[in-house]
Design a protein around this ligand. Structure first.
Ligand SMILES: Nc1ncnc2c1ncn2[C@@H]1O[C@H](COP(=O)(O)OP(=O)(O)OP(=O)(O)O)[C@@H](O)[C@H]1O
Ligand SMILES: [Mg+2]
Length: 301
């Protein structure tokens, strides 16, 4: 497995510093100095759908902040906003006024993805394919189009991904055609789960849908990553939910848990990820650590 930072096992003064504490210290340093260490890059582009049909569980926040973290550590990342609400586009400062060429045009008119991917300000290596309000009609327009489930896959296929490490697709809170397009285009599903009472409700439906897509449309699809979000350490309920999710999904659940943090919720209104808005906040540190786990897991694949 490729080490996350520097040379992995380092020996200074005869002391082996590749201990968990040394690794944690290095990770903390990296959070403070984003330029200080590049993370491993996957051998080929990882296309991940960030999905959960439940609304407000942290899909967009996760997409934006994981993408920003990976990009800040030397990975080249494209965020595809597949939600008509356009929250990921807003958080990345992308223009989403009506009429702007967007993911809608890729899906419905066969526009090249590369033509609508815009660099994100202040974060090199990060691009955003925005969603505009046009996308709200796409769910219906797609119904009558040829190969309606694989329009996004086609758009990604025409894109030279040899220079891209991650494509993260922010899905809307539904299991309709847009989310199906994301699951047909991706190899991996990342499910954010909010640590609250109803967290597991509806998850069965999501898992069944992933299974349906795998059986009929995309045999290569797998749930690869679960991230626990909006964790409130003061409540016993949050830790119970986290335990239950870990019991059910085991290794798929990242060790890092994202805490509730006001800075995370403030960042989008400044057109920023929390990674640039307040990199030292608990939310930013957690997302950075979660992204590092993903980068390390991806390099080991
Ligand atoms: N760790 C966090 N701490 C505090 N607030 C958070 C955190 N994560 C997300 N939020 C806030 O919770 C709300 C929902 O988050 P987000 O938009 O990421 O969810 P979503 O699953 O994408 O929602 P939708 O289903 O509507 O697309 C947002 O206002 C966001 O700023
Ligand atoms: Mg969202």
């Amino acid at each position: 497995m490729t080490p996350a930072h520097g040379s992995g096992v380092s020996v200074e003064g005869g002391v082996d510093l590749d201990t968990p504490i040394a690794r944690a210290a290095r990770a903390a340093m990296t959070v403070r100095e984003p330029e200080s260490g590049d993370w491993p890059r996957p051998s080929r582009c990882r296309v991940m759908s960030v999905a959960n049909q439940k609304g407000g569980v942290g899909k967009t926040t996760t997409t934006v902040n994981i993408a920003a973290s990976l990009a800040m550590h030397g990975n080249r990342v494209v965020v595809v906003d597949l939600d008509p609400q356009g929250n990921a586009s807003t958080a990345l400062g992308a223009d989403r006024t009506e009429g702007v060429r967007s993911i809608y045009h890729c899906l419905v008119e066969g526009e090249d993805l590369i033509k609508v991917a815009h660099p994100v300000a202040d974060i090199p290596n990060l691009w955003c394919v925005p969603a505009t309000i046009d996308l709200a009609g796409a769910e219906i327009e797609l119904v009558s189009l040829v190969a309606r489930e694989s329009r996004l896959k086609r758009a990604l296929g025409a894109y030279d991904t040899s220079e891209i490490d991650y494509i993260l697709i922010d899905c809307p809170p539904s299991l309709g055609l847009l989310t199906v397009n994301a699951m047909v285009a991706a190899e991996e599903v990342l499910i954010p789960i909010q640590c609250e009472y109803y967290a597991l409700e509806g998850l069965g439906q999501l898992l069944r849908n992933v299974e349906l897509v795998r059986t009929h449309l995309n045999p290569g699809l797998a749930i690869s990553t679960i991230l626990l979000t909006m964790y409130d350490g003061r409540t016993r309920l949050a830790s119970q939910v986290a335990d239950e999710v870990r019991e059910h999904f085991g290794e798929l659940v990242l060790d890092t848990v994202v805490p509730r943090s006001v800075r995370v919720s403030e960042a989008p209104s400044y057109g920023q990820s929390v990674m640039t808005y307040d990199p030292g906040s608990t939310g930013a540190v957690a997302y950075m650590e979660a992204a590092r786990e993903m980068a390390v897991a991806g390099a080991a694949q």
